[in-house]
Design a protein around this ligand. Sequence first.
Ligand code: ZN
Ligand code: ZN
Length: 232
Amino acid sequence: MPVSRHSLSLDVGLCLRESRCPVCAAAENGLQGFFAWFAIETYADPGLMRRLSRGGFCPDHTVVVEKMGPMVSRTFESVIASRRHRLELILDEAGKMARTRPGWLFLLARKLAMTKALAKIKTSEPCPACESAKGAASFAAYEVAAFLSAETNRSLYASAPTLCWPHLTAVVKVSSPALSLFLAGCHLRQMRIWHTECREYFRKSSYQYRQEPRGPEQYTWLQALRFFCGLK
Ligand SMILES: [Zn+2]
Ligand SMILES: [Zn+2]
């Protein structure tokens, strides 16, 4: 793959200052790199062609490829040819078994063998775009851990803990115990603030306080929703 999935360098400090999860940003960079390359070079990559022939894109990334239009015709002509060949082989193998005339003792064995042959139809490769994003995110988790290993960078994170929950757990997995404790402490403070805001929201919801102006507490549920699923 000519464009490395990690070629778009990650500026952890900038992401933190912009209140973006740096690992989400890296995953997004990985996806952009994948699709930039996919648009021009796919057909020349036998590895990817094989993966597309045995798997395909997930629904989210199918929509992205769909928007590329007929420029992907050559790629899918190759995918169709490969699938056609594979189906012919599978049906040939299963058909041969169906035509054999074994004794009744072998009926079960024949059924199992046919089931095994037909099971090769099953998709066996994950979405290549998702895999690119996952690879970039795994790499970025190490970069974030390295960045926060420097004590001087921690105040930046403490003031705005921007890792989403899935990537917080990914970074903790590759962090030292001291850094993991620091991260857990930052997010505990964040949970306490959000919890206070939630209570404030319900306080202002009661009739006697209805005249008080609404503040950030009205969006806390949304922040939490995005934080826990990784859509920060
Ligand atoms: Zn994230
Ligand atoms: Zn995908």
